[in-house]
Design a protein around this ligand. Sequence first.
Ligand code: WQD
Length: 342
Amino acid sequence: MTKVLVTGGLGFIGSHTAVELLARGHEVLLADNLSNSNAAVLDGIAAVAGRRPVWANVDLADPLACRALLAGHPDLGGIVHFAAHKAVGESVQKPLAYYRNNFGSLVNLLEFTAAHRDCPLIFSSSCTVYGQADQLPIREDAPIKPAESPYGNTKQVGEEILRDAARAHGVRAIALRYFNPIGAHPTAAIGELPLGVPQNLVPFITQSAAGLRGPLQVFGNDYPTRDGTCIRDYIHVVDIALAHVYALERLLAGRSSEPVEVFNLGTGTGSTVLEVIAAFERATGRKVQWSFAPRRPGDVVAAYADTAKAAQGLGWRAERTLDQCMADAWRWQTSLPRPAQP
Ligand code: WQD
């Protein structure tokens, strides 16, 4: 049993990871400043896990606040770092806020791990670092393309910061490159809570099907794919959460093959936008109203993971199907109180 700090622990992937760490018997400390989450998620975590983790309302990009938090936990055995701004479009409008927040919090945490070598760190990275990969499925040694957004840049440079901290200070870390996390906990106690109009496909589908949004706009129908719409690797958030537990335990057991390891978190299967819509309708019996719209700038044609390295290194594979993702996402959506004004 290890005491683990989960930053961004009231967020979508953070809350699901906290639940799985608790289920494994670890002690969980949450740090979250509610910049993209809400405190009620703590009740959901407690409902699933059967116990309520401690939550610190801290801005980890504030060096004094971060140091004060960590000074109170010299026995910390690991950090799973989710806390970051993550909206691609917003990052283009506010690059400096993204760099200050995402790099500041990472550097503050790494200063602690540099002084506490027995406290490794897991970094939340993204398939965004690959851009439009030359080969599919995408392997971890695929070339890193120039970032198409400041958000993507924070993931690419974030991984470089890990490597520099490892070389200079003996920090040990694992970067996990998520493909497209979707779905919700099957209990519907926790799930995705996008602020405002969802930018991502699946929360827009569930809100549209719930009558909170108009018809879905399918961005582009002339891509060189089997049905003309983009292909992505949609992976259940619980599978993503379990991969974090396995990655942490790899680090704690000293099984890493290099100071900073990188693993893809995907299913290895690509689905088009139209196939996602069909899966939602099959899994829920609900119709999705949609129409084609122009392509969205910045979208890559296709991205799906090569999963061999994660299977071998983490002993982990995604197990949940696209239909299960849709059923869980819909159960979560229909469990939410209807907003007065969508
Ligand atoms: C998926 C597909 C859209 C909305 C983003 C981030 C990435 C990662 C995962 C964090 C695309 C299409 C979408 C809509 C649509 N996040 N779409 N209508 O862009 O693959 O990845 O989330 O790590 O960093 O960029 O996900 O869900 O936005 O889009 O047609 O209303 O759905 O064009 O083909 P994306 P997405």
